[in-house]
Design a protein around this ligand. Structure first.
Ligand code: G6P
Ligand code: MN
Length: 440
């Protein structure tokens, strides 16, 4: 089984390789090809992987290349985890929006729209190359904004591309722990778009255990989402929001905290990773990762008075586990239930069949099949429909190169409060990002 990782010089690639090293079952990945446009980063991560493999006799063989077609040839699975413009690009996405007084974040609000505008053309190009060189491969998309990018790629690859994220599993794991349930025994009724979903029920042995948690103020105060949103608001919603909904429900506080932080998250990571790539080793990778995990959403937690992250949340084990579980289920035809980004079909009646949504899916050798879910309440319908509308304008602008359409993408986003702001955002982003220059 051959796995190709696009963005193979990326900082989180050793997490994926660590998960592969622990897999000794039949049908596992035996060959990994890392592809990146940056040969130095490839060499750095290649070195870390070699250190990781040193004590593992049946470690998957690793090769590296900067040639995309060569990387894709013979791949059974392709992980796409690229960052167009690097962390400097992300820092600019965040800084420009915050300077206008609106949210600048990697995937949410104006920052997410700018990132989407830059990333969709690259993702489409990758999808076309996969269709040509490795038409039987399954593509697992981690590239953010993951829902939007998966939808772009699905226009070329259909259901052969599946988007993943670790935030729904993280939420499920935390809630199960508080309820004293084994996450493996629970059915999580989690629905929405990527970074915009709600956990509405946790069924164990035929009973919904979530009402028990909603009634318990102390238990709600004992985990990340409970502390970010507060017991009262969670009870008002009757569901537990994905942590990214903090940017919507507490937008002013989040914007204020982000503006006051001095450096954006992207700028912090840019500087942190420059140090790591300057002298890469497995030890410094561990240390860098630990710092990164400890500071995740620090400004939001400060704004909410939520305190530090819980000890258990500092151990990463999210997205690479989802990716591995997905590959196993497909490669070995072993039924699994995973929350994934797939085309809607008829799952959410508010959206059309081709809209990519994030919902529980049954996975087997034929891919990911979304399961039927209860309808969204009106407040969630509103947000999901508005954000999907903005995403559709991003896809249209990437295709047409039209300025009006790009302005519409910013202006229709619920976290951008004025059309004039949208116009100024586009102009400022085009100055920062040469690849957006054709839009103005
Ligand atoms: C979560 C999200 C990812 C995101 C990651 C890292 O895990 O699901 O989509 O890339 O956080 O965030 P950071 O701010 O540390 O880059
Ligand atoms: Mn994510």
């Amino acid at each position: 089984m051959k796995l190709t990782i696009l963005g193979g010089g990326g900082f989180r690639v050793p997490l994926v390789y660590r998960a592969l090293l622990a897999d000794h079952a039949e049908g596992r990945v035996t060959r990994v090809t890392l592809h990146d446009v940056d040969a130095d980063r490839l060499a750095a991560i290649g070195g870390v992987l070699a250190e990781q493999a040193r004590t593992v006799p049946d470690a998957p063989a690793v090769s590296v290349t900067t040639d995309l077609d060569e990387a894709l040839r013979g791949a059974d699975f392709v992980f796409s985890a690229v960052r167009v413009g690097g962390l400097a690009g992300r820092a600019a996405d965040e800084r420009v929006a915050l300077a206008e007084g609106v949210l600048g974040q990697e995937t949410v609000g104006a920052g997410g729209i700018a990132y989407g505008l830059r990333t969709v053309p690259v993702a489409l190009d990758i999808a076309r190359r996969v269709a040509r060189v490795a038409p039987d491969a399954w593509v697992i998309n981690f590239t953010n904004p993951a829902g939007l990018v998966t939808e772009a790629m699905s226009r070329v690859l259909g259901d052969r591309v599946i988007g993943i994220c670790d935030s729904p599993v993280g939420l499920g794991r935390r809630v199960a722990r508080v309820l004293g349930a084994d996450p493996g025994d629970a059915w999580f009724d989690y629905v929405g778009l990527n970074h915009l979903g709600w956990l509405r029920g946790v069924r164990v042995a035929g009973r919904d255990e979530l009402p028990r948690l909603l009634a318990d103020t102390e238990a709600l105060g004992s985990f990340e989402e409970g502390r970010l949103f507060g017991a009262d608001w969670i009870r008002s919603l009757g569901a537990i929001p994905n942590e990214y909904l903090h940017y919507y429900y507490f937008n002013r506080e989040a914007v204020r905290a982000y503006r006051g932080a001095g450096r954006t998250r992207g700028a912090y990571l840019r500087d942190q990773q420059a140090a790591f790539y300057g002298a890469p080793s497995l030890d410094s990778w561990h240390a860098t990762l630990a710092e990164r995990e400890a500071t995740y959403m620090a400004a939001n937690r400060a704004a909410a008075g939520a305190g530090d992250r819980a000890e258990q949340d500092l151990e990463p084990g999210g997205y690479e586990q989802v990716a591995l579980a997905l590959m196993r289920a497909v490669a070995r035809d072993e039924r699994a239930t995973l929350i994934l980004n797939v085309r809607n079909r008829t799952t959410l009646s508010v959206l059309d069949a081709d809209a990519v949504v994030e919902v529980p899916c049954l996975v087997d050798a034929n891919g990911a099949h979304p399961v039927s879910v209860a309808p969204l309440p009106h407040h969630a319908v509103g947000l999901v429909a508005a954000v999907k509308a903005a995403e559709r304008e991003v896809l249209a602008a990437a295709e047409s190169g039209s300025r009006e359409t790009a302005v519409k993408a910013f202006a229709l986003h619920p976290l951008v409060d004025s059309v004039s702001v949208a116009r100024r955002l586009l102009d400022a982003y085009a100055r920062e990002h040469p690849e957006l220059g054709h839009l103005v």
